[in-house]
Design a protein around this ligand. Structure first.
Ligand SMILES: Cc1cc2nc3c(=O)[nH]c(=O)nc-3n(C[C@H](O)[C@H](O)[C@H](O)COP(=O)(O)O)c2cc1C
Length: 189
């Protein structure tokens, strides 16, 4: 399949097969499967094992989902509103033990999100992380205090045909993925 990463070396299939999908099927993702994805997230490494991540999720058809979908930017709303679930990733910015700033909080939440997305792919569920939504709206919906900051929202669902998407999303859905070569982003010192 065109979306499977063409890698330089023997990268594992799970990583090669994950990509940010836009065409989501009507099929629901069970709450149990969402929990499994969230549990995978919690097994990420984190500074001091602080686990500075929090997740808020809503299944399609609920009021929570409708409100999250309402916050999406025009480049995301047409397709992400069809996801089976929307998950909001939140980072806690200070350490629970002493209130000091945790400079690693966003990093660690990102690690957890990567694990969530790979666990989903292992279950044949596709994900799409998004920064394009109204953060103020979602912060208010989730009633987040100042210690908590939204990292991203993740659309989750089973894959459907690209044909059902409007342009420009359809073209994006079928365009091959690409990455910078290793030589450009890493060097031996
Ligand atoms: C934090 C973050 C925010 C993103 N925001 C958006 C977004 O708002 N809309 C969108 O279509 N894709 C968004 N993406 C998806 C990226 O465009 C995508 O991951 C990138 O093009 C690589 O493609 P791949 O995930 O299929 O490998 C976001 C990804 C990340 C990690």
């Amino acid at each position: 399949m065109i979306k499977i990463a063409k890698t330089e070396g023997p990268v594992i299939d799970l990583i090669k097969g994950r990509w940010s999908a836009r065409s989501f099927a009507e099929r629901a993702v069970s709450e149990q499967d969402i929990h499994t994805m969230l549990e995978a997230a919690t097994w990420a490494a984190s500074a001091n094992n602080e686990q500075p991540w929090e997740y808020y999720y809503a299944l399609k058809g609920t009021e929570g989902f409708a409100r999250l979908a309402e916050s999406l930017m025009p480049g995301n709303k047409p397709w992400a509103a069809n996801a089976a679930a929307l998950i909001v990733s939140v980072a806690r910015k200070t350490f629970a033990a002493n209130g000091n700033e945790n400079k690693m909080a966003f990093h660690d939440a990102g690690m957890a999100n990567a694990q969530l997305m790979l666990q989903a792919k292992a279950m044949d569920v596709y994900t799409h992380p998004m920064g394009g939504f109204d953060r103020n709206m979602v912060t208010e919906q989730l009633q987040l205090n100042d210690d908590k900051q939204i990292v991203c929202m993740i659309a989750v669902g089973y894959l459907d045909h690209a044909n059902k998407l409007e342009e420009p999303f359809k073209t994006r859905e079928i365009t091959e993925r690409s990455r910078k070569p290793i030589a450009e982003i890493a060097r031996e010192i």
